[in-house]
Design a protein around this ligand. Structure first.
Ligand code: CA
Length: 332
């Protein structure tokens, strides 16, 4: 890959110590010809052990993971670390401060920018730096998500169906009731896909979503993340055992993902996490301009559990409005 224009002020190969810093991505705007976009990064290192790249804020409007990494950034000392932890609490700062999924600078979805382009727009340049510099350093790649403003999720750790028992165990170590196997129905270029391609142990989550973050979601995120870091062994201490076995569910068929057949006003008819039967109505889409018209129905193609649904009430044709998950056993 070509050389990155990104400058990192923290020593990525440090063996000991704590180094808060920034990545600087050069870009220009009308009042800043030699401007840099700063992305926070902190290296905490202490001798032999795994290197873990821990990230959140890939989508700007997803905050519990960003908060959890802020706590680690301030509180974690090298003496508590075995190996190296690279913290990136906010991968998409322009989107996080704007409260948006896409980067306001270049209109891009950062999680569709991989493996990136060193000569591209700022989000593509950052994706290229991750793919070509940070991922190769890491044994473990963690990317904390929620559904953002557009989707609600039953809080879960999730993963692609990758044939790696260590990844199942690490996913379970997040301690969420549900562990979720998903597939990509909305394009390529995802961060976890590139990390998997490079053979990394990848841990990702969908910790709620919608406009508000509850106190319990913050607690669940911070507790799960702390436990995963102990499970990996990069942070001192024994991981907690699960209170109950993980409930593995999967949405691996495209038909598990239900898209709005028309635009309009969406009425959910099943609560998040609820059981659904084959043929059940998951929601109705009302025509704002013609109340006499019968609403369009969104139907469950199979039985399962509503693992995710639409958050805003207004939907455009083609928006994902419901995801049906099915119980499974990834070990069989
Ligand atoms: Ca997300």
């Amino acid at each position: 890959m070509s050389v990155s224009p990104v400058h990192c002020s923290a020593p990525l190969d440090a063996a000991h110590g704590k180094y808060p810093g920034h990545l600087a991505i050069p870009y220009s705007y009308n009042l800043g010809g030699w401007a840099n976009l700063l992305v926070p990064i902190c290296v905490i290192a202490n001798g032999p052990g795994p290197t873990v790249l821990l990230m959140a804020g890939n989508h700007g409007d997803e905050y519990p993971g960003q908060v959890a990494i802020h706590h680690l950034w301030r509180q974690l000392e090298p003496s508590q670390v075995r190996g190296r932890l690279i913290l990136m609490p906010t991968l998409s700062p322009p989107a996080a401060s704007a409260g948006t999924r896409l980067w306001p600078l270049d209109g891009r979805n950062f999680n569709r920018c991989f493996p990136g382009d060193p000569a591209g727009s700022p989000s593509q340049v950052l994706a290229h730096f991750l793919s070509s510099v940070l991922f190769p350093l890491a044994d473990v790649v963690i990317d904390l998500h929620t559904g953002g403003r557009s989707m609600n999720f039953v809080p879960c750790a999730h993963m692609h169906l990758v044939d790696n028992p260590a990844m199942f165990a690490a996913t379970e170590a997040f301690l969420t009731e549900f562990c979720f196997l998903y597939t990509d129905v909305a394009g390529a270029g995802l961060l976890p896909t590139e990390a998997e391609r490079q053979g990394k142990l990848v841990i990702t989550t969908e910790l709620g979503g919608g406009e508000t973050v509850t106190a319990s979601l913050h607690r669940l995120t911070q507790k799960g993340l702390g436990n995963v870091l102990r499970h990996i062994g990069v942070v001192d201490g024994a991981p907690a055992p699960r209170q109950a076995p993980a409930r593995w569910v999967q949405s691996l068929d495209r038909e598990d993902y239900r898209f709005a057949p028309v635009s309009g006003l969406f009425e959910a008819t099943v609560d998040l996490g609820g059981a659904v039967g084959k043929g059940d109505v998951l929601g109705r889409i009302h025509d704002l301009e013609d109340p006499s018209r019968e609403p369009a129905l969104v139907i469950a193609p199979s039985a399962g559990l509503l693992i995710a649904n639409r958050s805003p009430s207004m939907v455009a044709q083609g928006d994902c409005v419901a995801v049906i998950a099915h119980e499974t056993n990834p070990y069989s």
